[in-house]
Design a protein around this ligand. Structure first.
Ligand code: ADP
Ligand code: MG
Length: 394
């Protein structure tokens, strides 16, 4: 018996979805210009915050589709401002200011106020900021990640049973903060010195892992699990609901911090002296590519992420890929962010990338006009009927 071909479904829905919907959008971010470092902060504090250029590019992309965009700072005034602005949806890129789950603050507030928002939700954003907790979950699922130990004090150093060389980083930072040439640790003296320095400067636990000596890759995607047939651009997604960007290799050998993609290397503009080489698509075998994508899918689904993410990998001494960390709020600067480099490589404009992230979220919240929403619902029912039938036939 013949199954219902997928392209027939897409054809049926495409005309329906062409009707454009526009919304009042709060673009929520932490601007680097507004960050003031206190004497107690580490020298690279604020590195995760966004440049004005990123805000402008995202606004331009959203406005080009007819949306009204209001930029809102993710600070203590945010609850009041959101209640005034009354956005229909928030485009969230805020890193948060303080606290152990700071990247989950805006999602939590949006949940409290009942406002839809783009990207991952509270739990995924809080866990992914915590690299140790993320590794515990991956490890529990049998996903490959380097052996590690988390130091909350220097006394812990005596208990660590890891093999040198090691690699130390703050457990809850990003953008290469606290990572430089001294992150690689060869003996106990270096371990004490570096862990002590990280504990006192970053005032949070220190994640010490076995050093992964191999090539470095980052894998990015947009999408959510599920039939993409009723999305506004179903052609962009695989049948399982994801769009995989070309894999990016980061070659740091001739950078300011050879073999390490730390804060200094990340802050240099592409092509300038000391910046890493960004190789996209990475020259890798089809089997390694498939393995990296499979691991990314499983690692992301383990945390229940939404709409967009990027996962960093390195190859171990055995030549196998190991998960380092997940970025549920990957940088979206059109010129320097890894995810935007990947999208540009395959010819996806920044505008489409931003528009898709918005539409993926809007679709999850069924943020369409009542008329359109009911039609979409009917189509979803049809799709799930077709899928069920397909399964039975198989
Ligand atoms: N276990 C490790 N072995 C080797 N290099 C590592 C290891 N962990 C991190 N690094 C290096 O440090 C960089 C930053 O680490 P990562 O965990 O991705 O944190 P960030 O959130 O700062 O990007 C990586 O891109 C990689 O170059
Ligand atoms: Mg990283």
């Amino acid at each position: 018996m013949e199954t219902y071909p997928r392209f027939r479904i897409n054809e049926m829905i495409r005309p329906l979805m062409r009707k454009k919907q526009t919304w009042r959008i709060a673009l929520i971010a932490n601007l680097i210009d507004d960050f003031t470092r206190t004497p107690d902060d580490p020298l690279d504090a604020g590195a995760e915050f966004d440049r004005r250029q990123t805000i402008e590019s995202i606004s331009t992309a959203l406005e080009a589709e007819g949306h009204k965009v209001i930029f809102v700072q993710a600070n203590s005034a945010l609850p009041e401002v959101l209640m005034k602005v009354k956005p229909q949806i928030c485009f969230n890129i805020a890193e948060g200011i303080s606290g152990d789950g700071r990247e989950a603050q805006v999602p939590a507030l949006c949940e409290l106020l009942g406002i839809p928002y783009t990207g991952s939700q509270v739990v995924a954003n809080a866990i992914s900021l915590n690299k140790t907790m993320t590794k515990r979950i991956w490890q529990q699922l049998g996903l490959p990640t380097a052996p590690y130990y988390e130091f909350t004090s220097l006394e812990d150093a005596a208990h660590a049973e890891l093999r040198f060389p090691l690699f130390a980083k703050p457990a809850r930072e990003g953008t290469g903060m606290g990572i430089d040439n001294r992150s690689i640790i060869n003996n106990h003296d270096e371990l004490f010195a570096r862990v002590g320095w990280l504990l006192s400067n970053y005032r949070q636990p220190v994640l010490v892992e076995e050093f992964l000596p191999g090539r470095e890759f980052t894998v990015g995607f947009i999408g959510n699990r599920g039939n993409p047939a009723y999305r506004s651009r179903p052609d962009l997604y695989d049948a399982d609901g994801y769009h995989w960007f070309p894999i990016l290799e980061i070659d740091t050998l001739s950078s300011v911090s050879p073999t390490i993609y730390g804060h200094d290397a990340k802050s240099l503009d592409i092509g300038t002296e000391g910046a890493p080489n960004y190789l996209c698509p990475a020259m890798i075998s089809e089997s390694l590519r498939a393995r990296l994508i499979d691991l990314t899918r499983r690692a992301a689904e383990a945390l229940d992420v939404r709409d967009v993410s990027r996962i960093d990998f390195r190859l171990g001494a055995d030549g196998e890929p190991y998960l380092m960390e997940i970025n549920t709020l990957p940088g979206l600067n059109p010129l320097i962010s890894d995810l935007c480099i990947m999208a540009a490589t395959e010819g996806m404009s920044h505008q489409i990338l931003i528009s898709e992230i918005l539409h993926l979220a809007a679709e999850r919240y069924q943020l369409f006009s009542p008329d359109q929403a009911s039609k979409v619902k009917n189509q979803q029912q049809l799709n799930s009927y077709v899928e069920t039938e397909h399964k039975i036939i198989k």
